[in-house]
Design a protein around this ligand. Structure first.
Ligand code: AMP
Ligand code: GLY
Length: 422
């Protein structure tokens, strides 16, 4: 029996918490800071997830066995290393390994070293600005510019002409994204459909979780600004056996063995964002954690005990962990605040119905006095399953329709493109 502290406050964390509390091996679950959804099934604690001393004190006092880290920032800041010599085990990669997400130039060099297919690139610092501008001038269009470090999902720019690319490049190197754009990756633009795979690593072995497709843009038909993710579907019907073997052989296996051969300490989840170009998968990005909203479709498809999955990660026994998956399709649809991903209001009263055809995972919600209010851009996701993809999508959409708060918006086309592949 384990006492667990889960860090984060999104739909991802509610979905992980929901899976954990189903297990007879969970003694007690704390979520920091959590949301109104995690509060119903676990104990929310008001900790600053960037303050490792404060977390350590809490863990001592409440006899925490494991810390499961939802978002990337504490991992990139080294929470794994902070607890490395303690009896409290962190589920997540070390600071060095988290560079796969925390530094795009690190990730690109890693892929180059292990022959993992990705867009061609060059990285430049302020000292190399002139070489960078020359490189951009002779680059094919469009041009992708990426801030090296974490930039809250805003650090990727796609430019349609050379002049605009050069001025964006200069702005980035001069601090547009602060330290995150002290180095800029200039990358070839790839055209294709995106999907993601997730791998659990225990330092020795790995276990592949169900794949998913996320919908990042705010508008229907994949238009408008990028968001954290407006919905997701799992499995992805165009990922057939041949493509799956290609992903496994040419991307997952070399990524896992590259992590080992570089001696990167990795006990957690690796999220690989892929793009399919003329039938071939390329890596768009690595993330050192699970995705949100992908977790809201991936975790509900796992029917084996997820606390045993975390136990196998901690004990390096993933080789014998039997991951079981639910057949059929799972879809999730996010209801977001009006104005998101731009500015939006918080603290609006909201109602969630009783809904038997789906499950709600809270994200930006909180209890104010005893009533439920919005507390973020992405407010709540509705996840539904069915043996038929269309049914799963219809049920998730219905769940989004039934939620009410002023200014609510959701995309009505989540998964629609995938129906063509069935
Ligand atoms: P990233 O933060 O690297 O995931 O990039 C954010 C989004 O930008 C991705 O999900 C893609 O939709 C897009 N993107 C990133 N790199 C490329 C690329 N080389 N070619 C085309 N689109 C890209
Ligand atoms: N849904 C994309 C992410 O979690 O980064």
């Amino acid at each position: 029996m384990y006492t667990i502290l889960l860090l984060g406050s999104g739909g991802r964390e509610h979905a992980i918490a929901h899976a954990i509390v189903q297990s007879p091996k969970c003694e007690k679950l704390y979520v920091a800071p959590g949301n109104a959804g995690t509060q119903e099934i676990a104990f929310n604690v008001l900790l600053d997830i960037g303050d490792f001393d404060q977390i350590a004190k809490f863990c001592e006092q409440y006899h925490i066995d494991w810390i499961i880290v939802g978002p990337e920032q504490p991992l990139v800041d080294g929470i794994y290393n902070y607890f490395e010599h303690s009896k409290i085990k962190v589920i997540g990669p070390s600071q060095a390994a988290a560079q796969l997400e925390g530094s795009k130039s690190f990730a690109k060099a890693f892929m180059a070293e292990f022959n993992i297919p990705t867009a061609s690139y060059k990285a430049f610092t302020l000292d190399e600005i002139d070489q960078g501008k020359e490189y951009i001038k002779s680059h094919t269009l469009p041009i992708v510019l990426k801030a090296d470090g974490l930039a809250a999902g805003k650090g990727v720019l796609i430019l349609e002409d050379h002049e605009a690319a050069i001025s964006a490049f200069e702005e980035m190197l001069n601090g547009k994204f602060g330290k995150a754009s002290g180095t800029v990756v200039v990358e070839q633009f790839l055209t294709g459909v995106e999907f993601s795979v997730f791998v659990a690593l225990d330092g020795e072995h790995y276990c592949i979780l169900p794949e998913a497709k996320d919908y990042k843009r705010i508008g229907e038909g994949d238009t408008g600004l990028n968001t954290g993710g407006m919905g997701a579907v799992s499995p992805v019907p165009f990922v057939d056996k041949i493509l799956w073997n290609d992903v496994k052989e040419n991307i997952i296996l070399p990524s896992v063995s590259g992590i080992k051969s570089r001696n990167l300490d990795y006990k957690g989840f690796l999220f690989i964002g892929l793009i399919l170009v003329e039938g071939k998968p390329y890596v768009i990005e690595y993330n050192c954690r699970m995705g949100d909203p992908e977790t809201e479709v991936v975790f509900p498809r796992i029917t084996s005990d997820v606390v045993e999955l975390f136990e196998a990660i901690v004990n390096s026994t993933l080789l014998t962990y039997q991951l079981m998956q639910r057949d059929g399709f799972t879809a999730t649809v996010f209801s977001v605040s009006g104005g998101y991903p731009g500015s939006y209001q918080k603290g609006l009263p909201m109602q969630i119905p009783k809904y038997d055809d789906g499950h709600y995972y809270h994200a930006g919600t909180k209890k104010h006095d005893s009533s439920l209010v919005t507390n973020g851009g992405r407010v709540i996701a509705c996840t539904a399953h069915s043996s038929e993809m269309q049914n799963a999508i219809t049920k998730a959409l219905k769940g989004a329709e039934l939620v009410s708060f002023e200014g609510k918006y959701y995309r009505k086309d989540i998964g629609k493109d995938l129906l063509n592949y069935l």
